[in-house]
Design a protein around this ligand. Sequence first.
Ligand SMILES: C[S@@+](CC[C@H](N)C(=O)[O-])C[C@H]1O[C@@H](n2cnc3c(N)ncnc32)[C@H](O)[C@@H]1O
Length: 228
Amino acid sequence: MQEMFTSIAPRYDLLNHVLSFNVDRMWWRRTARRFQHILKRSDARILDLCCGTGDMTFALRQRAGKSGSRIWGADFSHAMLQRATAKSAVDGSSPTWIEADALTLPFPCTNFDLVTSAFGFRNLVDYDAGLREIVRVLRPGGECGILDFGEPSGAVGAIYRIYFKQVLPRIGTMISGIRGPYAYLPASVERFPPPEQMLERMKTAGFEQVSWTPYTFGIAGLYWGKTA
Ligand SMILES: C[S@@+](CC[C@H](N)C(=O)[O-])C[C@H]1O[C@@H](n2cnc3c(N)ncnc32)[C@H](O)[C@@H]1O
């Protein structure tokens, strides 16, 4: 899995924007806006999990402005983090990048006010262990935002499935020159639990309040959780 992400790192940003028609930028910004109340606090500590080349992390950084909150981006692919570092500002406002597995985070318990993950959580081999690890590092009353793909229903869903399963893997393979990862993408979305199941699993992991907000007809969506 780690090697797969490392193999697509060089073309990851380009492919993301092409394959999503740049809608991904809107989704990252919308997610960051949702957590403005935390990001604007000077004492807030924020972790963006599975940060890849850092676009979700940068959206959080931008929304936080000069509030003084501290932001970490964590990923287990060194190549992805190298790209994130290269994209970072040199003025000292950059997030801190950490090479780490989301299932065994190198942080103490109750360390963060907010944990986010964009299009990364779906790839974890054990969703329940991933959720428990997020709850572990969150402070009491801390929040979590998991942005990931969904499976829209109705006519939009039918068109989207053709695009996602037939067109996207072909374009992905063409631009990246690598076959596996872009066939893996639709398969991983199918494997991901539907919203009602995911919300139950979040409660079991220790979130007191949970919700799911669909983005763009449910093509993506934000899982939100808050600990007691
Ligand atoms: C599809 S990319 C998403 C990157 C970024 N968050 C974004 O929105 O563009 C998924 C990322 O999750 C990372 N990842 C997958 N499983 C992981 C794990 N167990 N621990 C840490 N990172 C992981 C991969 O290395 C990859 O960079």
